[in-house]
Design a protein around this ligand. Structure first.
Ligand code: BES
Ligand code: MN
Ligand code: ZN
Length: 502
């Protein structure tokens, strides 16, 4: 789908459908909606007065213009309560409108920028949210469907025109819409990687995809194989990988616009392309969901794509350790001791606590850059899902300013985080009798003890960890720009974090 921005008045658009909006409790629509209402002889006021349309968030009402204006149909989308209005409501309302347009079978429509006028939002940011919501609402994962799904309705949208009244807002709206397009494309790619079955997304396939993306976006790319990992001393990653016939990959991407060796921001994503649990095997019920155990890696790959496309001025490194975790005669076993890149040893109590092992090596590798900050994302613990559900990722950090930056970015992206402690008192739960630490910490505070283990490999840099076990994929739709399945959680947050970095 193509997003175009032009100067004009929405009521003059010659098209199949125009989209305007309405807040709750408004009786006299103003701005563009007011102008359309006037042209339609007060039909929108009638809808409101009769109580047939209340402006509730994401509700829509359809009117036929009957030659009163050049457009054939008018769609009014509710923006909800004015006092609760923000950028995410723009994302949602835009998505609701785009879905309705699709269901109507139109291939193009024109819309105003929700929130830029009476909503009081920054026009560029509102346009970005509009583009994100519109594009993400159309996401579907259909690669493996050879027959048309009954649940599919409508047609593919081809073009959305954003119509701006003031000449001086055209440029900021255009910039915002372009950024929204690039970010949405990155989120869609991340969703595809997560939704992709493990037999279509092995570590080497993910590395090949990353290589293709890097080439297209001017990023430096490298993928380490088992021999490199062994000689570097990545014993924890190798331990997890040794049970699978699929070779592991350690993907390294670099965005370096100035070509200087300045301290980078390092983004790290857990890339378990399938987590069976290994010898400590998981119950078979629901095990198929573990194809998505590389959602952290997908978020980092998506973020790197958008960071490059947006030409952000910072040096950013993306690291994705990718492997399967399977039981076999060559698999690592409970009781095994592995030695990570930093030289620290870990006793394996559960082979299902594999994410922290591969991240230990990735964090150790990140420290070599002496980064400004390292941020890892991982579907790390069921305990984090128990604590926060699908609404927020657990945030853990050894650096308050970095945690604050992440909280700010999370708010703008509406990818929620909630900070959890990594107090020293928890560390005794992962004390081992035979190695420097063990990879599980008992029943209590499972998300925290996992983060504590990671912190042992990130002690020489500002570091934050996002446990996205709950937020990476959803079974019910929550907002209209996020259908069931992979959410792409983290891409928007990471891009925002790097964009805001001063
Ligand atoms: N990938 C899982 C965590 C997970 C669970 C992600 C559910 C998404 C949904 C992780 O590797 C794992 O198995 N964690 C174990 C740790 C335990 C063995 C200490 C868990 O949470 O049960
Ligand atoms: Mn596991
Ligand atoms: Zn896992």
């Amino acid at each position: 789908m193509n997003v175009e921005v032009k100067r004009g008045a929405i009521q003059d658009e010659q098209t199949e459908l125009i989209v305007v909006n309405l807040f709750e409790q408004v009786t006299e629509p103003g701005g563009a909606t007011g102008a359309v209402d006037k042209a339609l002889g007060g039909q929108i006021r009638d809808l409101i007065a009769s109580g047939d349309f209340k402006g509730k968030l994401n509700d829509t009402a359809l009117l036929y213009a009957r030659d009163a204006i050049p457009a054939k149909r008018v769609l009014i989308v509710g923006l909800g309560k004015r006092e609760q209005f923000n950028l995410d409501k723009v994302r949602q309302a835009s998505a609701a409108a785009a879905r309705k347009a699709r269901a109507l079978g139109v291939t193009r429509f024109s819309t105003i920028v929700h929130g830029a006028g009476i909503g009081g939002l920054d026009p560029s940011q509102a346009a970005q949210a509009l583009a994100e919501g519109t594009l993400l609402s159309q996401y579907r994962f259909t690669q493996h469907k050879t027959e048309k799904d009954d649940r599919e309705n409508g047609t593919e949208l081809e073009k959305v025109s954003i119509v701006v009244v003031n000449e001086e807002t055209v440029a900021p709206v255009r910039d915002g819409a372009r950024a929204g397009e690039q970010i949405a494309a990155a989120v869609k790619w991340a969703r595809d990687l997560v939704n992709q079955p493990a037999n279509y997304a092995t570590p080497s396939i993910i590395a090949d995809e990353a290589r293709r993306m890097a080439k297209a976006n001017g990023l430096k790319f490298q993928a380490l194989g088992p021999a490199d990992m062994r000689s570097l001393g990545m014993g924890a990653l190798m331990g997890v990988a040794q049970g699978s016939a699929q070779e592991p990959r350690f993907i390294i991407l670099e965005h370096n616009p100035r070509g200087e060796d300045t301290p980078p921001i390092v983004l790290i994503g857990k890339g378990l392309t399938f987590d069976s649990g290994g010898i400590s095997i998981k119950p078979s019920d629901g095990m198929e969901k573990m194809k998505g155990d590389m959602a952290g890696g997908a978020a980092v790959l998506g973020a790197m794509q958008a960071i490059a496309a947006l030409r952000l001025p910072h040096r950013v490194i993306g690291l994705v350790p990718a492997t399967e975790n399977l039981p076999s005669s060559t698999a690592y076993k409970p009781g095994d001791v592995v030695k990570a890149l930093t030289g620290k040893t870990i006793e394996v109590i559960s082979t299902d606590a594999e994410g922290r092992l591969i991240l230990a090596d990735a964090l150790g590798y990140a420290q070599r850059y002496q980064p400004l900050a390292a941020v890892d994302l991982a579907t790390l613990t069921g305990a984090c899902f128990v604590a926060l559900g699908i609404q927020a990722a657990g945030l853990f950090s050894n650096d308050d300013p970095l945690a604050a930056r992440i909280e700010t970015a999370a708010e703008a992206a509406n990818e929620k985080v909630w900070r959890m402690p990594i107090w020293d008192e928890y560390a005794k739960q992962i004390k081992s009798d035979v190695a420097d630490m063990k990879n599980t910490g008992g029943r209590g505070a499972g998300a925290i003890t996992a983060a504590i283990l990671l912190s042992k490999f990130a002690d020489k840099m500002p570091w934050a960890h996002l446990d996205i076990a709950g937020t990476a994929a959803i079974e019910e739709e929550e907002v209209p720009y996020q259908p069931r399945g992979a959410t792409g959680y983290g891409v928007r947050l990471l891009v925002q974090l790097v964009r805001d970095w001063k």
